[in-house]
Design a protein. Structure first.
Length: 292
């Protein structure tokens, strides 16, 4: 049996509602022994996830970092991120899962400026603390009840869609109140174009000038944009992206570090090992062994 991080795909058994599911954290704890994967073990998501904790204190793993969570902590993860729970007896809450296709369909119901920031890990921390007087819990309870308890199927999908839109809008509102909010700007648009280019071209180049040229801007301008949006230089942002992608690939398959080095755009495996160790303190193989 290989020790690989599972890539978890969306799989709901609801006969009427497709692309979205709502479950209780306490029910996930109970049924975890019968799942193909153990939710406390790191797993890469093939869907979007929102976890809302209503009781207890624990930690939640997001992309290899454990974050402390407590009552009214809201955790959100995008498709492709690495997730894991840390269960405790008194833990309660809700988990909202939805596919990329469902999210894409829902985007038309959300304002454009909010859409650009939803589920972009580089822009915000994955944990938001919700105030106890917020009505977010009420909307999440409504969508759970509609999904599981409501017997009348008339307009059920439309009701679920509407509640889903409200929940995402409320989450965005809460982020706006608690964080340095990024307003729509030419710099934000350029940064998102840079991020998309990096995702598509990182195997070809790890140099910031390469992406600046593709964007028809100067290296200096790209640096200014990255510092303003992420507080990192363009080069640091590229390196952090490469390391995270390497980590995901390392524990999501039985790939050897030699093969991975070529997939990540390194001509020599030894250069990849040096690069990885410089930023993590571990060789790729040591990281895989230690993390699993």
């Amino acid at each position: 049996m290989t020790k690989e991080i599972p890539n978890i795909v969306y799989n709901s058994d609801h006969s009427k509602i497709k692309g979205v599911e709502v479950i209780l954290i306490e029910n996930l704890i109970k049924r975890s022994e019968n799942l193909d994967h153990f939710p406390e073990k790191p797993h890469q998501l093939d869907f979007y996830l929102i976890a809302f904790y209503t009781q207890g204190e624990t930690e939640h793993l997001v992309d290899f970092v454990w974050h402390k969570v407590k009552k009214y902590s809201l955790v959100y993860l995008a498709k492709g991120q690495v997730n894991a729970f840390k269960f405790k007896k008194d833990l309660k809450g809700f988990i909202l899962l939805f596919t990329k296709d469902y999210f894409d369909k829902q985007l038309k119901n959300l304002p454009n400026d909010a859409v650009k920031r939803l589920f972009i890990p580089q822009l915000f921390k994955p944990i938001v603390q919700v105030k106890e007087n917020s009505n977010l819990r009420g909307y999440i309870e409504l969508i759970y009840n509609e999904y599981h308890i409501g017997k009348n199927d008339f307009n059920k999908n439309a009701i679920i869609d509407a509640l889903h839109t409200i929940i995402l809008s409320k989450a965005e509102q809460i982020k706006k109140d608690q964080t340095e909010y990024l307003k729509e700007s030419d710099k934000l648009i350029l940064f998102l174009r840079f991020k998309t280019l990096l995702e598509e071209e990182y195997v070809k180049s790890r140099k910031a000038d390469f992406y600046a040229q593709k964007l028809n801007i100067t290296y200096k301008h790209l640096n200014v944009i990255c510092k303003e949006i992420t507080s990192s230089t363009a080069k640091s942002f590229i390196n952090e992206f490469i390391i995270l992608e390497a980590k995901r690939k390392l524990i999501n398959s039985s790939i050897k570090s030699t093969e991975l080095s070529f997939l990540m755009g390194f001509e020599e495996p030894s250069n990849f090992v040096k690069f990885f160790k410089k930023y993590t303190g571990l060789t790729p193989n040591n990281f895989k062994t230690q993390f699993l």
